[in-house]
Write a protein that binds this ligand. Structure first.
Ligand code: SF4
Length: 455
């Protein structure tokens, strides 16, 4: 079979749209890098479509695929997209010449997927390129190694092919301490996270594996320069834990001012990665928002989550949030409710901590044992297959592993936002801090209002 055309599609399930989340979609990195690899190879025509940012209903997807007539379709799919997968594979099966269907993404933790010819788990961009080359050459497809694929040398991948229109599809909706219109760019500076948290899965992170694989600083900064040339003034570093390597953070901070003067950036960080001098360097280098997985307050719950063995997590969180405030960096606290064996009192302690941290933003997620997480492996027999597509950390879980009743959990989740965010004092302080930003970015303010978040 000669492969002349390849279609890359990120799917988008109905549940995701129904909750109004995610509000901050990141690029589908596996497909973005696969596209870059295919373009560098030069033998294939490539078209990319993101159903999350530009949803096409079945008939229009059929028309799009019909016009392009690809020999290979690569679908990026999570367990939230299984309805969309059924629709897409039905559309593909009805094409006059059915292409080979490859799948990448978290849903592959379920094993094989209906309508898919070959599943490529993990960071599958290099493996997918190899499979497409095998198909094109009429060779038998080379067998996969054990476990999910990992990109061992991320600096050897070509950068994703961004243009202004494509970047505009992935704006973040975080208010920033910035008196200008935010023009967002995205960057993955490395792969892997040593954390090993019980709940962590590729639904909520961008890479696989616990081993850090970091890009070369010079190569990262070349990509930053290219993004700045496209008008980007805020970078979202989409690494799972950008601060896992102190040397990596310092090298980035050191080079950024020369590569893109005035560039602002945000990242995910772990509380226990940071110290005063590192935070000072980050603030001086333009970091304007740190997003922390605080998760919980009670040491017993933190141990269950495999988040940390530290007994002083609450004190550490307060110290780091206070220091960030003093340095002018905003903070987001991510907190989990409904954790395995968690009591109502322990959940209330987490909410009290979230309030005490005085974050600029807070998100209360439900503990969700997604396929692909250690939690799914551990509690699999409690999770009926029919419940898997409705596992979503923004919705009350179909499987409640805590010691709270479903009603208590739902009630405490609603009360958490009221206790932390929906207070006149918080709203006033927030508007005072972010008024200059909202003047230039009114859409972000509108997006935060309740009537918009209900969509
Ligand atoms: S939750 Fe965060 S810190 Fe924990 S393993 Fe996942 S990416 Fe790493």
């Amino acid at each position: 079979m000669r492969v002349a055309r390849v279609a890359l599609i990120r799917l988008h399930g109905r549940l995701v749209g129904a909750t109004g989340h995610p509000r901050n979609p990141r690029p589908p990195w596996t497909l973005a890098y696969l596209e870059a690899l295919l373009l560098r190879d030069g033998r294939y025509g490539v078209r990319f479509h993101d159903q999350l940012t530009h949803p096409l209903p079945g008939a229009r997807l059929a028309a799009w695929l019909g016009r392009w007539a690809p020999q290979v379709v690569v679908l990026q799919v999570t367990t939230l997209d299984l309805d969309a997968l059924a629709e897409a594979t039905a559309v593909i099966a009805a094409l006059p010449e059915r292409p080979v269907v490859l799948a990448v993404g978290q849903a592959l933790a379920l094993g094989t997927l209906p309508g898919v010819d070959l599943c490529l788990p993990g960071e599958a961009e290099e493996r997918a390129l190899g499979v497409i080359a095998d198909l094109d050459a009429g060779r038998p497809v080379a067998p996969a190694g054990d476990g999910p694929a990992l990109v061992e040398h991320p600096s050897r991948l070509p950068p994703p092919s961004w243009d202004r229109a494509r970047l505009a599809a992935y704006p973040m909706h975080y208010p920033l301490r910035l008196a200008a219109r935010a023009r967002w760019g995205h960057l993955l500076t490395g792969r892997g996270c040593p954390g090993g948290c019980l709940f962590c899965s590729p639904v909520t992170r961008e890479s696989y594996g616990t081993r850090l694989r970091l890009r070369e600083p010079g190569e990262i900064l070349a990509e930053v320069r290219a993004l700045a040339a496209l008008g980007v003034n805020v970078l979202s570093l989409d690494d799972d834990d950008f601060t896992a390597s102190r040397e990596h953070v310092l090298a980035f901070c050191e080079g950024l001012a020369g590569a893109a003067p005035g560039m602002r950036w945000i990242c995910h960080a772990r509380l226990d990665d940071l110290d005063a001098s590192l935070m000072e360097r980050m603030a001086a280098a333009g970091c304007v928002l740190l997003r922390f997985g605080v998760e919980a307050a009670a040491p017993r719950v933190l141990r269950i989550l495999h988040k940390t063995q530290r007994e002083d997590w609450e004190d550490l969180a307060k110290e780091v949030f206070h220091r960030a405030r003093a340095l002018g960096m905003a903070t987001t606290a991510l907190v989990l409710l409904g954790n395995p064996d968690e009591t109502l009192e322990e959940a209330q302690r987490s909410i009290a901590l979230a309030r005490a941290l005085q974050p600029d933003m807070v998100q209360f997620h439900y503990f969700t044992p997604y396929p692909g997480s250690p939690a799914f492996t551990r509690w699999r027999e409690h999770i009926p297959p029919a419940a898997v597509p409705s596992l979503y950390h923004y919705r009350a879980p179909p499987v409640n592993l805590s010691r709270m009743s479903d009603e208590e959990l739902a009630a405490i989740h609603g009360a958490a936002y009221r206790r932390v965010l929906l207070r006149p004092a918080f709203a006033l302080a927030h508007l005072r801090t972010y008024a200059p930003f909202y003047r230039h970015n009114p859409g972000v303010l509108l997006d935060l209002l309740p009537q918009r978040s209900a969509r």
